[in-house]
Structure formats: structure tokens, C-alpha cells
Design a protein around this ligand. Structure first.
Ligand code: IPM
Ligand code: MG
Length: 351
């Protein structure tokens, strides 16, 4: 509590620089108004880092991030991301999915199914198939490739404790995504159930991931916290984007055991709209809100969250959220301006 804090911004590629610039501007305005001191520094990451320093994740960037209190990442296609997550052991990826009443019409679900959703995906982020041994080879049957899903029991236990902890502070329900009918050597269900003994207030349910994916679309209101390994968590949490209307709204926090966090919108680089200035900055801004909560700066977090909700209620929309009421279609910077105006109760400059 209290600061001063050091934030490192890694704009990355595609729409990453646009959304981080917009989100950072809102944070800086809000922090100034609340008297919270946050210094912000940018560092090279992804393709721009490769071009300038010959590495997607240069040592200099690792150093700056290591000395910070939090890292905001825009987006990268692939290069550097797994290395960054692994370097700081950001194993606990939290992806909250909450529906917003005034944008229910953008959801792929009927409004009554989308209304009131509040799901937290807890995804293991530094192990599993993203990190297991893999290669390409050739034998008498031809060329082949493989990736390996490998989990130490201890890695499952520690992410299970994070998920149980969150469930115990929420509605007390944890759903474990698994595929033990085909992958029996990674016993998520038994390991989570052993850890759950320490959380008597949490009811644990195991669901095969194929069923879970269907239930997420058919009846998402039943879920509170969903725990999944790296790959299943990646795929399931993206469904969350369709539930609430746009993946552009979704934020994430990835924490290590010391509470240092990497904060990223869960969308990708969106090359088809990059450079047009029309990306939705609310996923990046929501990620900064998660960072503020991790810092226990709840007043500032509440203030930003209330402001962007008000802007959506007023009808302002980036194009990913569907039709805007007349005159209320906004660009990425325009959305940031509106949020800043809502913070200060003043008018906005960009359209
Ligand atoms: C995500 C992304 C990444 C992942 C990619 C870019 C490697 O899809 O963060 O959801 O699979 O973790
Ligand atoms: Mg993904």
C-alpha cells in the first residue's frame, strides 16, 4: 500500500502498442487524481526487441522488469512470451470473466444466459504442453513432430491452492478441467482433492474438459472458479470472450509466488486491425485494474473500473463491441479519453 510504484510497459506488437498507450494514459490520470505515485517505463519486447537487440526478451528488459512492481504487456505473436512467463515463474494466471449488463447484446449468448456471469479462470501458466519437450524428427514412417504435456504433482498442487484460495473468497465452488479418460497419468482430480482438504468451505467438482467447454456455452451461470492446466486454460478462457461480448474486454494477471505480476489483456496482436487505432483498450486497462488490486490500491482500482463502466453505459463503443448509439463510436484513444473524462467529469477530445 502507498507506493511509489514502478510499472514497466512492454508494448509488444500488433495492437499491443495502441492498447498499452491508451491504458497507461488512463492510469496516469487516475493515479495523479488519487495521489498515488506510479513511475512508468517502457521496455523492448517481442519483434521490436528482436530488431533492436537480437532477442525477443533481452537481458536488459528482464532486468528492468525484475526491478519493477508490475509489468503491463500489450501483445506479442509468440516470441518472448513463454520465456518471460517462465523467467519470473508467473505460474498463476487469473482470467476473470464478468458480464456487463449494458453490453449483453454483444454476447454470443441470449441476454438472460449472459447476464450476471462472474467466472474466474485460474490457468497454470509455466508448465504443461507449452513447456514440455518437443521436436521434429523423421523415421521410416516419415516426418513427425511432438510436444509433451508434463506436470510435476507439486506444480498442480500449487496452482490448485491458488484456485481454492480464490474460490474460498468467492462463491465457494471450484470446477477442475481435466481429461483423465485419455490422459490418466496427470491426476488433476486426485491432487486437487487432496489440497481441498485445507479448504473445507470449497465444493470441488471435476469436469471432463470436453463437457466443460459445452457447459460453458450452454449454462455458464453454474461456474464460479474454473481451474485448468496451461493448454486447456488457454482454450477455455478464450470462450469467455464470446460470453461477455468481446475478447477485447478481457484482462489477466499472472503472478509468481512473491506476488510480482505480469498483466496482459488476453487478446492477441490482431494484425488485421493493427495500426488503425480501433482496438479496444479495456482489456489492457482491466489488466491494470487487476495490478492495482494486487497492490491493494483498491480505491484507485474502483475509480477506474467505475469510470469505464459508466462510459459503456453511456453507449460509447469500440468496433469490436458492435453497434454504438449515434455519435458514440470511438477509437482506442477515444475510449481512453472518455474514461479519463468520466474520471474527471469533463469532456473528451478524440473521437
Ligand atoms: C494466451 C496466448 C498465448 C498462450 C500464446 C500467444 C503463446 O494464447 O496468452 O492466451 O498460449 O498462452
Ligand atoms: Mg490464448
Amino acid at each position: 500500500m502507498g507506493g511509489p510504484y514502478r510499472l514497466v510497459v512492454l508494448p509488444g506488437e500488433g495492437i499491443g502498442p495502441e492498447v498499452t498507450t491508451a491504458a497507461r494514459r488512463v492510469l496516469e490520470h487516475a493515479a495523479r487524481a488519487e495521489g498515488v505515485e506510479i513511475s512508468v517505463e517502457e521496455a523492448d519486447f517481442g519483434i521490436p526487441a528482436l530488431e533492436r537487440h537480437g532477442s525477443y526478451f533481452p537481458a536488459q528488459t528482464a532486468r528492468v522488469c525484475g526491478a519493477s512492481d508490475g509489468i503491463l504487456l500489450g501483445a506479442v505473436e509468440r516470441g518472448g512470451l513463454l520465456e518471460l512467463r517462465s523467467h519470473f515463474d508467473f505460474f498463476a494466471n487469473l482470467r476473470p470473466v464478468r458480464s456487463i449488463d449494458c453490453v449483453l447484446d454483444a454476447s454470443s449468448l441470449k441476454p438472460e444466459k449472459a447476464h450476471g456471469l462472474d467466472i474466474l479462470f485460474v490457468r497454470e501458466l509455466t508448465s504443461g504442453i507449452h513447456f514440455g519437450p518437443g521436436s521434429r524428427g523423421e523415421d521410416e514412417r516419415g516426418s513427425y513432430g511432438y510436444h509433451t504435456m508434463l506436470y510435476y504433482d507439486a506444480q498442480i498442487r500449487r496452482i490448485a491452492r491458488v484456485a481454492l484460495e480464490h474460490a474460498s473468497r468467492r462463491r465457494g465452488r471450484l470446477t477442475v478441467a481435466h481429461k483423465e479418460n485419455a490422459l490418466p497419468h496427470i491426476p488433476w482430480c486426485a491432487l486437487v482433492s487432496e489440497e481441498a482438504a485445507g479448504f473445507p468451505g470449497v465444493e470441488v467438482e471435476n469436469l471432463l474438459v470436453d463437457n466443460l467447454a459445452m457447459q460453458l456455452v450452454a449454462d455458464p451461470g453454474q461456474f464460479d472458479v474454473i481451474l485448468a492446466g496451461n493448454m486447456m486454460g488457454d482454450w477455455l478462457s478464450s470462450i469467455g470472450g464470446a460470453l461477455v461480448g468481446s475478447i477485447g474486454l478481457l484482462a489477466s494477471a499472472s503472478l509468481n509466488e512473491h506476488g510480482l505480476g505480469l498483466y496482459e489483456p488476453i487478446h492477441g496482436t490482431a494484425p488485421e486491425i493493427a495500426g488503425q487505432g480501433i482496438a479496444n483498450p479495456l482489456g489492457a486497462l482491466g489488466s491494470l485494474v487487476l495490478m492495482l488490486r494486487q497492490w491493494e490500491e483498491d480505491l484507485l482500482a474502483d475509480r477506474i473500473e467505475q469510470s469505464w463502466r459508466r462510459v459503456l453505459e453511456q453507449g460509447y463503443r469500440t468496433p469490436d463491441l458492435g453497434p454504438a448509439s449515434s455519435g458514440k463510436r470511438v477509437s482506442c484513444e477515444g475510449m481512453a479519453d472518455q474514461v479519463i473524462a468520466a474520471l474527471a467529469g469533463a469532456g473528451a477530445s478524440h473521437v
